[in-house]
Design a protein around this ligand. Structure first.
Ligand code: NAP
Length: 267
């Protein structure tokens, strides 16, 4: 079966990799793209090396009405990605969201919409399979090592902090970690923010520098030992295997699933 796909964000770094992956996959068919410019042009106009005669739309609603894809993939920015996905789900189009930075209310809204429309949606803050495993290993470790801090490092063009992956990691850790006050109860910051963000007592430190792609280390401390679980994405192609899995799986879902680990065959 061929899966017809509309991709939003084709000029972006993730979008460019996704165009490459989708057009190399025999069972995927890229039928249109959504961009904030280039309405009426073709993908070959913005990516001449791909030679793809695929129409570009600026308006998601018009695009979905005219093209009727099986799956919509969003790789843009949080507020726009949220609107695109809302329109897709309202039109019963399966959706895969790689865009990170959605807030809880937005995820809840989309979750309700997916359920009401019996339409699958996958939101994955990290498509890198190694990063998903890092989060699962961290969840296991937190049961025995409740003192934990996260250091996440990303390129300096990233909008949201902390990263979706760091937030997802804390959410997974919360399921196995006993609630705990970490560090010195009397500690104070001389410079605000020195101790990082605080999610349930877990500190998250976000670094943004040119040269980085997406990196995270989850550090667990205990008496006379440290456990570090670390993952590095050196190139955006590291996210494409996970995106492929999500596109193939979303068409079998009738609700929203948050996190790739919930659709991977892990055990
Ligand atoms: P990027 O290079 O900045 O690409 C974002 C693209 O979205 C740009 O082409 C941008 O266009 C476009 N865009 C902005 N506003 C838009 C609108 N109103 N309508 C349509 N397109 C619009 O960023 P990236 O590195 O590709 O990342 C894209 C998203 O994926 C981010 O949210 C990032 O955090 C996330 N991400 C997810 C994963 C994962 O595994 N899930 C991995 C890496 C990144 P302009 O150039 O005109 O602004």
């Amino acid at each position: 079966m061929t899966i017809n796909i509309v991709l939003a964000g084709p000029r972006g770094k993730m979008g460019t990799e996704a165009v490459k992956m989708i057009s190399n996959e025999q069972t995927f068919n890229l039928v249109a793209c959504i961009d904030r410019k280039n309405n009426g042009k073709y993908l070959s106009d913005i990516h001449p090396s791909f030679h793809l005669n695929i129409p570009i739309y600026e308006d998601a609603e018009v695009c979905f009405n005219e093209v009727r894809p099986d799956v919509f993939v969003d790789l843009t920015v949080p507020n726009i990605g949220y609107l695109h996905t809302k329109i897709a789900l309202e039109q019963h189009i399966f959706s895969v969201v790689g865009t990170s930075g959605f807030n809880e209310a937005q995820i809840d809204d989309l979750s309700l919409l997916a359920e009401q429309n019996n339409t699958g949606c996958i939101i994955a803050p990290n498509f890198a399979l190694g990063a998903v495993l890092m989060m699962i290993f961290s969840k296991i470790a937190a049961k025995y090592f409740p003192d934990v801090e996260i250091i996440e490092k990303h390129h300096d063009k990233k909008l949201d902090a902390p990263s979706g992956t760091a937030l997802k990691t804390t959410e997974m850790i919360k399921h196995s970690r006993k609630a705990k006050q970490q560090g010195n109860p009397d500690e104070y910051e001389i410079i605000e923010g020195s101790r990082g963000g605080n999610v349930d007592g877990i500190r998250i430190h976000s670094m943004r520098l040119p040269g980085l792609v997406a990196h995270q280390e989850v550090v667990f401390g205990s008496k006379s030992q440290l456990l570090s679980i670390k993952h590095d994405s050196f190139h955006r192609e590291s996210f494409m295997d996970g995106l492929k899995i999500a596109i193939n799986e979303v068409i079998h879902l009738k609700k929203l699933v948050y996190g790739l680990e919930n659709i991977m065959d892990l055990y």
